[in-house]
Each structure stands twice: as structure tokens, then as C-alpha cells.
Design a protein around this ligand. Structure first.
Ligand code: 0WK
Ligand code: BGC
Length: 897
């Protein structure tokens, strides 16, 4: 509790002049005055603590001083332009203004102001409030010659009427509905702000940026430009952000219980919201009159005041208005006003009574000013500390009837703030026009942002696929699958549905030691896989394949592969052994047998010459001969989708689909032999490597291919090929995003349209950035860091926009993947003539594994598109090398005599 808080400061504050006053009233007066600097320092300290609680993500929810992010990150720059309608909801009236911003620095915007409904009692039903406001707007517009062009409206909530009264409802929407009801279809509600924000902006328009604002009127509140990174709820790391403190609720958790007087307790209990807004009830003009009334009542009870008068009137709530309190404390007229006010209440005050009443009024108002100063000092010290400044020099916009109505209030506020925050120099700037002009600027900024959002949505719209689009892709995929399986149509099919000669998933009886190669993903791996009764053990090594080799000659490529194998065997001490080898070769191959596969085309940036049309196993064997490596025994070559299915099938027999979403994308699944027109035989099943990456190469997807996709495709070494893959896989998503960002820069919607040379560089925006940028919670921090590395100075809005672009591109990829898979599982369900299908998909690939939302979006859309299929996704832990070894094991078992 606050120790011995009596009165040097009070004496100085009140400038005691009534010598010879008796002790009692002085004691009573003392209890309502915030007495010593220590006491106020203490209050300041508690406000600082409460503010920190509100700023921190951990404690925000429990905080009384809510520290609400406003997402306003800059004070006006004078370029804001246009005719703006501002509606300000004040305690007793609605104020409507039309402000014309000329964009010429807006030093003197042309306000056309109109106060409506001089007094209004808040309608019982909050929703009626909006109808009332809308009527005000209609009458205002009827009263002025307002052109019928679109009129943006900024709504300033100055009533502390917490939007919670219409909890969860979008206040902007509610007001727009009410305004539409008034046939004001040219009025758009584009911004909602707190009156403190409007005041800060208004005071900033006089060429002196204002970074703090204070309202001390009916209610009280403040806002200030905080260091954005401290506003943890807002996720912004740099720059500043305006925070609406809502400090009226300071003390609602009992923090001020040791300074609240019995009179404050009375006022609170009789208020419409007991226990709430404790700080506001010490400061706001809605309550000061009541505090004075309760003090007078106490003094009457002590027979110190109004002896001989009937004082029943003092039991009437709100009988003493704060306006009267302010008049009573006026140096010149105060005493006369006190007499008139008290006589008007039917009291016969003595001269001494009037003097004591004036003293009490002064004490109550000065305490309000001093407490406000403690709050303001807390804000200033917080800003000084968080900016690591020796000294903070700042302008503070102030408004509200208490501040405007009693100059002494401002003097006390200024001097006590100086006392409590000596490291800060605050200049109080009275707002000359309330919040109107500032609100107009905020509205203009909101308008500009809204216009930008519309343009961005327009630009991104082609990348947003509807349910119907995805159902159509699913149906197209199904059709292409049928064409690929058909003997007649196979050759011209874009989805080639390649038979793999893998007839079943592992049955657990596989045994032995195998070498495995895994080529075609991000990394080239050589593995040794030991398949035993008690499970599978592996050792592997990753080798880099330089682009010069992937795009060189086939000889160089396969020589390089052999060198890696030999290096691995040396390291693993396997040079003496000739182990069966399973080769995961992740490119489209016409399989002619388990160990024979002819490369149909390169993908994923590979283009080694002399390979297409060749049996890749033969190419490997020839390279082994060239390198005199005699220990090579290739027994199986599989696609990475097949390897992944086999690898996962070893743990889950229901795994009959393999999916890769990595550098490239593809899928395989167990098809009924009777449906595989290209292979003899009707019995059982065979794994089909779909090579779905080429889906759409026949143009069937052209209508969902956007200009950005076309730009990406044109720059690839296999333009026009692998169209589906180029909408989905990791090799291309970063590039799609880069082209969209360039388009947004060109439209001045990003980085203020400033040219970004780095962004012109191909593949500079890596797909892994998408994964990072979409991580929950850290997103904006990461966006900024990534863009900084690309020498792009991004604003808060820019960061959000880049994130939105990444989300749009990755969502489309996931949904398209889902449409492809839906076609596969639906076909399998129909194949098996069952109403329901339960199947597992073995999946691998960096994009699927690393992207924070890809798998979730894919699975969500798959559930929607194939509701009769229960699909479990099993991430392959050991990659498809293990799968290749298992296929090799099957091959070896079959080969055994
Ligand atoms: C790991 C598998 C490999 C496959 C790769 C695909 O072992 O066969 O090609 O995933 O993912 P990426 O490395 O392209 O992201
Ligand atoms: C290849 C497929 C491979 C996929 C995933 C595609 O580019 O054509 O064979 O399965 O990438 O790696």
C-alpha cells in the first residue's frame, strides 16, 4: 500500500488560501488529493507495469490496461487526399463533419462541421445507436451540398462505448448497414478509430508530429506511438505502431485499491458498471461531480457543512454536474458560482461552506489532473526507455472538456508530468478541432489501403480456385488417367500412367543387404539398407550434383553417380561386397521390367544429354564399366513415388499410394491389372507411376494457368512441359511469388512502387521462403528478415502483402494436389466397387514436409472432394531409398531359383 500519503504536493496544487480553516475539512480534502510525489511515482510505476502486461502476448488477455494495437504505423504524411465524412460518437452527442484533404501537406484542411443531436441518451439497444447515427449523417448531408460521388466515412468512437457492447459484431459493418438503410448508398464506412487516435492525428497535422494523445473528458483514455516490436499482439517488428491504451480500466484488478477513497467506492457502486473503469472514475468528468457530492455528504454527516440546511438533495445522484465543479473552482467567479449552485440545490451555504466546497472541488479535479499526469508520465518514460533515449522530446495532443474547461488542469498535468518523468519533455498541444481532421486523415489512409486491397485482390483473383474449379480439375485428371491407362490412347496421353511392374507392397518377409541410390530430389543420396527380421537399418550419404553435371552430358552425370557410389562403398567398407542395388530414379521412365526403364523426358531442371530414350540402368552399368567399378548389381529401378509407397507400405500395409511434393511432384497407386491396358494380364494389381506432373501439357489446364504461371514456364528449360508440376512443386512456387511481387511493385501496390533490382533475379525468392513466411506467429518478423536479405525495405503493409501472396500461391498448390489425389482415391474406390475406401498415402518431399500449412490444406480439400474416402497420410521418414531396397529385395526373392 502507499505509505503516509499526506499533502505537501496537495498544498502546492491547491495553493491553499483559506487560512484558519478547521482541521476536519482539511483531513477530508487530504484524502482526495494524491498527496506526495512518491505516491504519484507509485501510481506511475503501477501504470507502467499494467502497460507492460497489456503489451505482452503472454499476459495481454488478463491485462486491464488493454494496450490495443491500432495497426496505424505512421502519423499522416500530408499526401492524404479527398473528401472525407467523419462521425464522432461523443458521450452526449454525435458530431458529423465533412473534411476536404488537399494532399498538400494538409496543414489546413477545410472542415465543414455539424453537431447533431446536442444531447442524446444512448438507446437501450446498442444496435439502435447505429440507426441514430445514420439518421444524423443523412440530416447532415441533407444540410450541405454534398456531391453524390463516393464519400468515405471515418467513425470515431469517443464514448468508451466499447464495441464489446456489440460483442463480436463488426461495428463498421453495423454502421454501414444502418447508413444503407438511410439510402445513403454513396457513403462507405472505411475506418473505425478511437478518439485518442483521431486527436493524435489532428494535432499532428500542424506540422509537428504528435506521438501521444490524451482525452480527459467525460471519460479518459490515451494512445501513443509504441515501438512496434513491443506490441506483441501485432507481430510487427520494426517501426512504430499506435497503441490505444484504454487506460480507463487501470485498477480494475485492485491495483489502485489503496488510493481509492470511500467516496470513490460510493461513486463506483452507484455507477452502471461497478468495479470497472476504476481509473476513469477517478479522472473522467462523468464522475467528478459525484465524488464531490459524496465528499460533501460525508462532511454534512460530520456536521461540518451546511448546518441548518436540509441536505436531502445531496443524496440525489448526479445532482452536482462536473461543469459546475469546474465553474466553482474558477479563481475569479468560483465562490459566486459555488453559492449559486448550492442555493439552486436548496442549500443555504455560508461563506465558509462555499469556500470548503471550492476547496473540495479543487482537490478532486487536481487529483484527476495529477493521476492523469502519472499515467502520461508512465507512457513517456515507457517511450523513452523503449527507444533507448537519454531524453524524450514529444508532442502530446490533448482534448476533452476537463482539459479544455479548466486551464489549471493543463498546468497541473504539465508540471506533475515533468516531475514524474524528468527525462522527458512533453509539449501539450490542445486539439483545436477535436478528432475530426485527424479522423479524416486516418480514414484517407484506410481508404488508400482499402483501394490497394481491392487492387491486390483483383491481381490475385486468378490464383484463387473455386470449389467448382477444383472439381473440374479432379474430373480432368480422372479423364487423363483413363487415357493414360488405355492401350490406344496411352501414347498421346499427358498423364502417362506408367506401369512399374511392382505388383504388391512389402509383406515383411523381405530380407538382405542392399545398396540404394536416390536421384531426382533436392539431394542425391547413396544408401546401404539392411532388411532384417527386426526391422530395417540404413546408412546413407548425401552427394551434391552440380548443375553443370545435371545439365551436362549423360556420361558425365552417370560417371558422377558411380564416383559417389564408389566413395560411399569405400566409406562404408563395402568395396569387397557386390550388393543388389535398388535405383530410385525420379523422372518419367517407361519401365520395361523391374530393372529396365527408358527415360522419357527430363524434368526438374535436369537435361543431361544422351539419356532420353535410353535405359537408365544400362547408362549406369556403362558408367560403372567406364570407371572399372565391377561391384555394381542393379536389380531394380523405381520412381521416387513408388519407392516412397514401398517404404511406407513396409510399416502400413494399407499404403497403396505414393505422393511426392518436393522439387517436383508426382503420384503412383496400385491399379487393378484389368484396367492397365498397356500390360498383359487381368489379375491382381500393379503400381502405376502416374507422372501427373505433365497433367495439362495438352492444354486442358490452360484456363487456370495465370500470366504469372506463363512467365515462370517460359523461363524454364522445358517450357510447355510439366504444367501441373509448375503450379505445385517447390522448384516453381518461389518463382510464381517473385513474378506476382514484381507485378505488385509495378502497380505501386508494394514497396511504394520503388524498383527492386534484386527481385528481377531468377530464383532469388526461394520456395523455402514461403514455408518460413507462413509460420504462425513469427510470420511478419520472418517476412521482414527475408525481404531485408533481398535488399527490400518493407513496410508493415508490405510484409502483410508478401505474406498474403505466399499464402495464395501455396494454397492453390495444395488444393490442386488435392484435386489430383481425389481423382486417384475415387478411382481406387470405384475399382473396388466399394462405397467407402480407406487407404494410406506414403508421402515425401520438402514442400509437403516443411511447409507449415500445405499438408493441412491438401488434406482439408481432399476430404471435401472425396468424402467417401478415408485417406491417411504417412510421411516417409527414410525417403524412397529404403523403398528401392525393398523393391530390390522382392526382385531378388523372385530371382531365387
Ligand atoms: C525424398 C525421397 C526422394 C524424393 C524426394 C522428393 O527420398 O526420392 O525424390 O524426397 O523431395 P524433394 O527432395 O524434391 O523435396
Ligand atoms: C518427375 C517424377 C518424380 C517427381 C517427384 C517429377 O518431375 O517427373 O518422376 O516422381 O518429379 O520427384
Amino acid at each position: 500500500s502507499i505509505a503516509g500519503h499526506s499533502c505537501p504536493l496537495y498544498a502546492r496544487l491547491l495553493g491553499r488560501d483559506c487560512s484558519g480553516r478547521t482541521l476536519q475539512s482539511a483531513d477530508v480534502v487530504d484524502t482526495v488529493a494524491p498527496w506526495s510525489t512518491d505516491t504519484l511515482q507509485e501510481v506511475k510505476g503501477r501504470m507502467l507495469q499494467a502497460m507492460r502486461k497489456g503489451l505482452s502476448r503472454q499476459t495481454h488477455a488478463q491485462a486491464n490496461v488493454r494496450m490495443l494495437p491500432t495497426y496505424i504505423c505512421s502519423t499522416p504524411d500530408g499526401t492524404e487526399k479527398g473528401d472525407i465524412l467523419v462521425v464522432e460518437l461523443c458521450q452526449s452527442h454525435v458530431r458529423t463533419l465533412r473534411v476536404t484533404l488537399l494532399g498538400d501537406g494538409n496543414q489546413s484542411p477545410q472542415p465543414g462541421c455539424w453537431v447533431m443531436g446536442s444531447s442524446w441518451s444512448p438507446p437501450t439497444m446498442p444496435l439502435q445507436l447505429f440507426d441514430f447515427i445514420a439518421q444524423c449523417v443523412r440530416q447532415f448531408l441533407a444540410g450541405i451540398s454534398s456531391p453524390q460521388h463516393r464519400l468515405p466515412l471515418g467513425f470515431v468512437n469517443g464514448t468508451g462505448f466499447s464495441c464489446s457492447d456489440v460483442e463480436g459484431k463488426d461495428v463498421v459493418q453495423l454502421l454501414q448497414l444502418a447508413i444503407n438503410k438511410q439510402e445513403l448508398h454513396h457513403v462507405d464506412v472505411v475506418a473505425l478509430m478511437n478518439d485518442t487516435v483521431g486527436t493524435m492525428m489532428t494535432c499532428s497535422m500542424r506540422g509537428e508530429p504528435c506521438e501521444v494523445a490524451l482525452i480527459v473528458g467525460t471519460g479518459t483514455n490515451s494512445c501513443f506511438m509504441a515501438e512496434a516490436q513491443q506490441v506483441e499482439m501485432a507481430e510487427e517488428i520494426s517501426g512504430k505502431m499506435c497503441v490505444n491504451t484504454e487506460w480507463g480500466c487501470f485498477g480494475d484488478d485492485g491495483t489502485l485499491s489503496d488510493i481509492l477513497t470511500p467516496y470513490d467506492q460510493h461513486v463506483d457502486q452507484e455507477s452502471s458498471n461497478p468495479g470497472e473503469k476504476r481509473f476513469e472514475k477517478l479522472v473522467g468528468s462523468l464522475y467528478l461531480g459525484e465524488i464531490v457530492r459524496h465528499v460533501l455528504t460525508a462532511l454534512v454527516a460530520e456536521k461540518v457543512l451546511f448546518t441548518g440546511s436540509s441536505v436531502a438533495i445531496l443524496r440525489t445522484k448526479d445532482v452536482l454536474k462536473t461543469q459546475q465543479v469546474l465553474e466553482i473552482i474558477d479563481k475569479e467567479e468560483g465562490m459566486a458560482k459555488a453559492r449559486r449552485a448550492l442555493e439552486a440545490l436548496g442549500l443555504q451555504p455560508s461563506e465558509q461552506d462555499c469556500c470548503r466546497v471550492q476547496q473540495i472541488c479543487r482537490a478532486v479535479v487536481s487529483r484527476a489532473a495529477a493521476l492523469c499526469a502519472a499515467g502520461l508520465a508512465a507512457i513517456l518514460s515507457h517511450m523513452c526507455q523503449s527507444r533507448e533515449l537519454e531524453r524524450l522530446v514529444v508532442n502530446v495532443g490533448v482534448d476533452g472538456e476537463l482539459y479544455r474547461g479548466y486551464t489549471r488542469f493543463g498546468e497541473i498535468l504539465q508540471s506533475v508530468t515533468g516531475l514524474l518523468a524528468p527525462e522527458c519533455t512533453a509539449t501539450l498541444l490542445p486539439s483545436v478541432d477535436g478528432t475530426g481532421q485527424g479522423a479524416a486523415v486516418v480514414t484517407a489512409v484506410a481508404l488508400r489501403l482499402a483501394a490497394q486491397r481491392r487492387e491486390v485482390d483483383q491481381l490475385l483473383a486468378p490464383l484463387r480456385l473455386s470449389r467448382a474449379d477444383l472439381e473440374r480439375v479432379q474430373a480432368l485428371m480422372r479423364r487423363e488417367m483413363e487415357l493414360g491407362l488405355g492401350l490406344e490412347s496411352h501414347a498421346s496421353a499427358s498423364v502417362r500412367m506408367l506401369p512399374t511392374y511392382v505388383r504388391g507392397t512389402p509383406d515383411g518377409t523381405e530380407r538382405g543387404e542392399f545398396l540404394a541410390l536416390d536421384l531426382g530430389g533436392t539431394n542425391f543420396r547413396v544408401l546401404v539398407v539392411r532388411v532384417a527380421q527386426d526391422g530395417i537399418r540404413m546408412a546413407s550419404e548425401i552427394y551434391v550434383i552440380p548443375t553443370a553435371v545435371t545439365q551436362g552430358t549423360g556420361e558425365e552425370l552417370f560417371n558422377h553417380i558411380i564416383e559417389c557410389i564408389m566413395d560411399f562403398q569405400l566409406k562404408q567398407n563395402l568395396m569387397e561386397q557386390v550388393l543388389p542395388l535398388g535405383f530410385t530414379f525420379s523422372f518419367p521412365c517407361q519401365q520395361l521390367g523391374l530393372d529396365k526403364a527408358v527415360l522419357l523426358s527430363w524434368t526438374k531442371g535436369f537435361s543431361a544429354s544422351g539419356c532420353v530414350g535410353q535405359d537408365v540402368v544400362q547408362l549406369l552399368r556403362e558408367a560403372a564399366q567406364r570407371k572399372q567399378h565391377l561391384g555394381l548389381k542393379v536389380v531394380a529401378v523405381v520412381n521416387d513415388t513408388v519407392g516412397t509407397m514401398m517404404s511406407c507400405g513396409y510399416d502400413d500395409p494399407k499404403c497403396e499410394i505414393g505422393l511426392i511434393v518436393g522439387t517436383g511432384t508426382n503420384a503412383c497407386y496400385m491399379e487393378e491389372m484389368r484396367n492397365v491396358g498397356t500390360v498383359e494380364g487381368e489379375q491382381g494389381r500393379m503400381c502405376i507411376n502416374m507422372e501427373w506432373g505433365a497433367f495439362g501439357d495438352n492444354g486442358c489446364l490452360d484456363d487456370i494457368f495465370t500470366d504469372f504461371d506463363r512467365l515462370v514456364d517460359e523461363k524454364t528449360i522445358n517450357a510447355g512441359k510439366q504444367r501441373f508440376e509448375k503450379l505445385i512443386s517447390g522448384m516453381y512456387l518461389g518463382e510464381i511469388v517473385r513474378h506476382i511481387l514484381l507485378a505488385l511493385v509495378e502497380k505501386q501496390l508494394l514497396f511504394r512502387g520503388k524498383p527492386c533490382p534484386k527481385l528481377q533475379t531468377r530464383d532469388i525468392f526461394q520456395t523455402k521462403f514461403l514455408s518460413t513466411i507462413e509460420i504462425d506467429g513469427l510470420a511478419l518478423r520472418q517476412v521482414r528478415a527475408i525481404l531485408q536479405d533481398l535488399e527490400l525495405q518493407a513496410s508493415f503493409e508490405d510484409s502483410l502483402l508478401v505474406q498474403k501472396v505466399c499464402q495464395t500461391v501455396s494454397l492453390r498448390a495444395a488444393q490442386l494436389c488435392a484435386a489430383g489425389l481425389a481423382a486417384v482415391v475415387e478411382k481406387m474406390r470405384e475399382n473396388r466397387g466399394s462405397a467407402q475406401l480407406a487407404v494410406t498415402v506414403g508421402v515425401d518431399g520438402t514442400l509437403y514436409k516443411m511447409h507449415p500449412r500445405f499438408s493441412q490444406h491438401l488434406q482439408q480439400m481432399l476430404r471435401d472432394l472425396a468424402p467417401n474416402c478415408t485417406v491417411t497420410f504417412l510421411q516417409s521418414e527414410d525417403g524412397s531409398g529404403k523403398g528401392a531396397a525393398l523393391v530390390a529385395a522382392v526382385a531378388c526373392r523372385r530371382a531365387e531359383p
